[in-house]
Design a protein around this ligand. Structure first.
Ligand code: C5P
Ligand code: ZN
Length: 461
């Protein structure tokens, strides 16, 4: 964390001397937690602030912010690094705390891991960068919880099944303060809140052969392992005794191996899980992964204010609304995955893609593209691209994996160049990126993207 000291101290100084602030953030779990960290830090300083959430930071959005900001200090969180030049040109008095690949441009009030030689896709999230600033503004170590939820929400732990880099330093800091704990455990979604059999039934990443999607098989599997699925209530993973958990895991390993699942994939069923120790057991908020999904269920449906309220401590009305939204979100994810699975994907030389048009909401097409790698029709040797109709044209979301990045894949660069060539804008990370392009330009864009990605991963045109 020390390597950010100079930039973070400079930004903190600016905040201390500012009047009212305007926090501008991104509508996903990382953006919400980043805004939550920043707003709580400002609140504790007694600063007045206002918040705006954006799907993306394009020219129109920037001009709107310049108009609204007035004399206020604008704090960009989880976005802004791609727009340093425009921020300067528009004369916005700003601090940028972000982890996306920065476009060239010098700015003194800019905290970004790439400027420190770190990887913004794995080593620190937008919420983590916001946390670095918050730590300079006061005793805000408790906000490490939100930084970890943001990192998990951005899937920064996906590659190694554990948080690394600055994320790990933040985790240790939060653990030392008694706000967080971590352990190796089953990495299926819903450990805190779902009946155990549903954990198996709804597991799509990884897809559990013979179990995923089959309620009866999941119940039988647990009964055969001598694990009662119900006592007074449905038993959740957290309700199981240690020996029951061990037995369930070892049976699950045996089952998956016997079904021909590669050992490497079976190993990935186990990984580090992150607990927010001050939250009520059995709620989404107790588990970093479930918490981040709860937040996505608000922000991706234009209810960012609800998600932000939860981040800032609301456990009443906003929390209950968020849980209702989560039901809708889960249904949409299942429907979206079914759609991809039914229609299949189209393979070009160096990418595979699906075009959902308006059958998938543009705000969740990225999540579905990411989850679709567990489907049989999607292979891991090429990045997957999802397209969906957007108010401003066509939303594109691209997801790769570590093996492809090692071969040279940089989705942020490929997608921003291909989008720019057809009159759109894009950006992101090497392993996950997005863009919006004008309607009707999809074939040209996909052909360009295919060629650029080919150049990256094959080293030739
Ligand atoms: O929107 P999606 O989930 O596909 O975005 C993947 C990553 O790319 C995110 O980190 C997002 O902030 C970034 N992105 C971007 N510019 C865009 C679209 C997405 O930097 N126009
Ligand atoms: Zn982010």
């Amino acid at each position: 964390m020390e390597r950010f000291d100079k930039a973070a101290e400079k930004c903190a100084e600016k905040v201390r001397h500012s009047g009212e602030c305007l926090v501008v953030s991104h509508i996903d779990a990382d953006g919400l937690t980043a805004a939550g960290v920043t707003c709580l830090a400002l609140q504790r300083l007694g600063k007045a602030y206002d918040v705006r959430f954006l799907k993306k930071l394009d020219g129109a959005a920037l001009e709107d912010i310049a108009d609204r900001a007035g004399r206020r200090l604008v704090i960009f969180t989880d976005l802004g690094s791609g727009a340093i030049d425009q921020i300067r040109e528009l004369g916005i008095d700003a601090i940028v705390t972000d982890h996306h690949q920065p476009k060239p441009g010098d700015y003194p009030y800019h905290i970004n891991p790439h400027l420190a030689g770190l990887n913004g896709a794995t080593e620190i999230s937008g919420a983590g960068v916001a946390f670095l600033l918050a730590m300079k503004l006061g005793p805000n170590a408790d906000l490490s919880t939100l930084a970890i939820v943001g990192a998990v929400g951005d899937l920064q732990d996906l590659r190694t099944n554990a948080l690394v880099g600055v994320n790990r330093e933040i985790l240790e800091l939060g653990t030392a303060g008694g706000y967080l704990s971590y352990e190796k455990d089953l990495r299926l979604f819903g450990r805190q809140t779902r009946p155990v059999y549903k954990l198996l039934q709804y597991s799509s990443d990884p897809y559990l052969p013979g179990l995923s999607g089959n309620e009866g098989a999941c119940i039988a599997f647990l009964e055969n392992a001598g694990i009662p699925i119900k006592k007074d209530n449905w038993r959740r993973w957290i309700d199981l005794a240690r020996d029951e958990k061990t037995r369930a895991i070892s049976r699950l390993f045996q089952h998956c191996l016997a079904c021909g699942m590669p050992a490497r994939k079976v190993q990935r069923l186990i990984g580090e899980v992150y607990t927010l120790t001050k939250e009520e057991p059995g709620t989404e908020l107790r588990d970093a992964s479930e918490y981040s999904t709860l937040l996505n269920a608000t922000a991706r449906y234009e209810y960012s204010d609800i998600g932000l309220a939860v981040c800032m401590g609301d456990r009443d009305e906003a929390y209950h609304t968020a849980r209702d939204l989560l039901d809708v979100h889960r249904r949409n994810l299942v429907n979206g995955l079914n759609l991809v699975s039914d229609r299949g994907v189209i393979r070009l030389a160096n990418i595979q893609y699906f075009d959902a048009k308006d059958a998938i909401r543009e705000t969740i097409v990225g999540i579905i593209a990411g989850m679709s790698t567990s489907l049989d029709c999607v292979t891991r040797d090429l990045p997957i691209i999802g397209l969906a109709t957007s108010g401003q044209g066509v939303k594109v979301s691209a997801r790769g994996n570590h093996d492809l990045v090692v071969r040279g894949l940089n989705l942020a660069r490929a997608i921003s160049e291909a989008a720019a060539a057809v009159g759109g804008t894009g950006g992101g990370h090497d392993v996950a990126a997005g863009a919006t392009i004008p309607a009707g330009r999809e074939p040209e864009f996909l052909a360009l993207l295919d060629r650029k990605i080919g150049e990256q991963i094959n080293g030739k045109a």
